[in-house]
Ligand binder design. Structure first.
Ligand code: ADP
Ligand code: MG
Length: 261
């Protein structure tokens, strides 16, 4: 279980993330929604202390910020919004997820690390989209934005973290990959009881995959709780500043958020 207590952070430009409190359920996906600039990416950066932050972040009762760098690397994986176009073979990039588990005297990755990387590439659906080309030869800078995002997700899964943070993981993906990636993440989350926090703009995908939602507005919590409790017309219209219509999915009854026009 992930517990955030009074997490705050500020940038020099004036934006402040203020007093964020919430907790997630183990093995479940929590979506972070909210308008552009509401502080979603800042919250993920604050959780992994990429920026100075106050408050506390506990994972299974342990303070994440008090862990050593090595232990933190074994505990949290983050998939950022923009993945660098490195001239690194895709397989090596994905295997980097195993780095925190290498012994100090181990120079190379093991066969098990390689097998795990291949499995994760398959899980996110990337091995198929490389047109049969060997991920050991194809480099990251030769991939499309969407394929790079899949590689970064595979790397994070390879890390087998207790907490997985994803910043708009489906932003560059087509519909089939959006669904398959979220299914792969949801399965990994429940199989290994990994807490997953994902920033997601598509509210209907959030509704389909997330058990809980945290809605941010101007750096503060506008709402938090079960997905259907958060996806309320009045709240979303106020937060997003636009007319909306809330419907129901014809097959599973989950909330659907549609533009009023
Ligand atoms: P989003 O919800 O779209 O992910 P962000 O968390 O990226 O929003 O940004 C929140 C606010 O903080 C925005 O107004 C953004 O301009 C500002 N901001 C983001 N990064 C920095 C930075 N490094 N320095 C100063 N201001 C920043
Ligand atoms: Mg962002």
């Amino acid at each position: 279980m992930l517990q955030l207590e009074h997490v705050s952070a500020a940038y020099q430009g004036g934006f402040r993330l203020q007093d964020i409190c919430f907790e997630t359920q183990e093995g479940r996906m929590t979506g972070i929604i909210g308008p552009n600039g509401s502080g979603k990416s800042t919250l993920l950066k604050a959780i992994c202390r990429d920026i100075p932050a106050q408050g506390s972040v506990r994972i299974q009762g342990r303070n994440l910020w008090e862990m050593s760098v090595a232990e933190r690397a074994r505990t949290v994986a983050i998939v950022p919004q923009d993945i660098e176009k490195l001239p690194v073979p895709v397989l090596d990039f994905v295997m980097m997820g195993r780095t925190p588990f290498k012994k100090w005297h181990q120079l190379f990755y093991s066969d098990a690390d390689k097998a795990s990387a291949m499995e994760k590439l398959q899980q996110v659906g990337l091995s198929g989209s490389l047109d049969g080309r060997d991920p050991a030869l194809r480099t990251l800078d030769q991939l499309s934005g969407g394929e790079r995002q899949l590689a970064a997700i595979a790397r994070a899964l390879c890390q087998e973290p207790r907490l997985l943070l994803l910043d708009e993981p489906t932003a560059n993906l087509d519909l089939a990959h959006q669904i398959s990636v979220l299914q792969a993440v949801a399965k990994a989350a429940s199989d290994v009881r990994m807490d997953t926090l994902l920033v997601i703009h598509d509210i209907n995908l959030a509704s389909a995959f997330c058990h809980n939602l945290l809605c941010l507005s101007e750096g503060k919590v506008a709402a938090a709780g079960g997905t259907s409790e958060v996806l309320k017309k009045d709240l979303l219209e106020k937060v997003y500043g636009t007319g909306l219509c809330i419907g129901r999915h014809p097959l599973n009854g989950r909330s659907l958020v549609l533009p009023e026009v």
